[in-house]
Design a protein around this ligand. Structure first.
Ligand code: GLN
Length: 273
């Protein structure tokens, strides 16, 4: 008896307490864990809902720009940009969805969040940087001049005072605008400018080199002047300030560069001279 009391005295919370408390704690812990688990499930479920929507990667483009984006015989949108976007989407675990629109509308679609990315042979340009951010460049490009064979226009300097066809809202449009005394005819599609040239409605077309090569190869009596008008960089446009998406895209792009996959895509469509 004496011993028992002194034991309790020495251990005020006694053996009984020491045995029960851990068990009680266990119960409390279990309850807490259940709550944490439930909360985690709710958060996951909510995140899951959000993910359903962001599982797509919406690409705004203008499928009139071979070999970067154009429609094949089955009307599918194909090309270098499409394959790059597909490879990036795959790395991000998203499904690519393509929205075909006027070239002019692409920057707006991206800056308003209608599309996640703009990929359409878009040249990195100061004015556009006010509305969107650009990824690292995925290729270099050039503006060239298409004329009819036998044309008096033999070099960029000869464009002064001439009628120049361009695609509305492109860098070619901006450059043509700066040429002294020139009249600029703006078309919705680059191909329409080329048709106008064939019909002698204009003297020359300023357009990106690779589509120029395609259009010239498909039509008799046209040539591309040797002297390129300007050199440019193509990049992917994302909504201004969306650094998370931009970083993800740059990371995926870098992987495609390092693995040689990007070059493989380009080589599939552009045969080196
Ligand atoms: N590279 C040009 C630009 O960004 C043209 C692009 C295009 O017509 N798709 O303006």
């Amino acid at each position: 008896m004496y011993l028992h009391v002194s034991y309790k005295y020495m251990f005020p919370y006694g053996r009984l307490t020491r045995r029960v408390v851990p068990a009680e704690r266990g119960m409390i812990m279990k309850k807490k864990l259940t709550l944490v688990f439930a909360a985690a499930m709710m958060i996951l479920a909510m995140a899951g809902c959000g993910k359903e929507e962001s599982k797509t990667l919406v690409m705004a483009t203008n499928a009139e720009f071979p070999p970067y984006e154009y429609r094949d015989d089955s009307q599918n949108i194909v090309g270098i940009d499409v394959e790059i976007a597909e490879a990036i989407a795959e790395k991000m675990g998203r499904e690519l969805k393509i929205e075909d629109m006027a070239f002019e509308s692409i920057i707006t679609a991206v800056s308003t969040g209608k599309a996640d990315i703009g990929l359409a042979g878009i040249t990195v340009d100061e004015d556009r940087l006010e509305f969107v951010d650009f990824s690292d460049s995925y290729t270099t490009a050039a503006q060239v001049i298409i004329v009819k064979e036998g044309s008096a226009v033999a070099a960029p300097a000869d464009l002064e005072g001439k009628k120049i066809g361009v695609q509305l809202g492109t860098t070619g449009d901006m450059y043509a605008d700066d040429i002294a005394d020139a009249t600029v005819e703006r078309y919705n599609k680059g191909f329409e400018a080329v048709q106008a040239l064939l019909q002698d409605k204009i003297d020359a077309v300023i357009i990106d080199r690779e589509p120029a090569k395609v259009f010239v190869s498909e039509n008799e009596g046209l040539k591309i002047l040797d002297e390129e008008y300007t050199l440019e960089d193509y990049a992917i446009a994302v909504k201004k300030g969306n650094t998370e998406l931009l970083d993800e895209i740059n990371e995926a792009l870098q992987e495609l560069k390092d693995s040689g996959e990007l070059q493989k895509i380009i080589d599939k469509y552009i045969v080196a001279e």
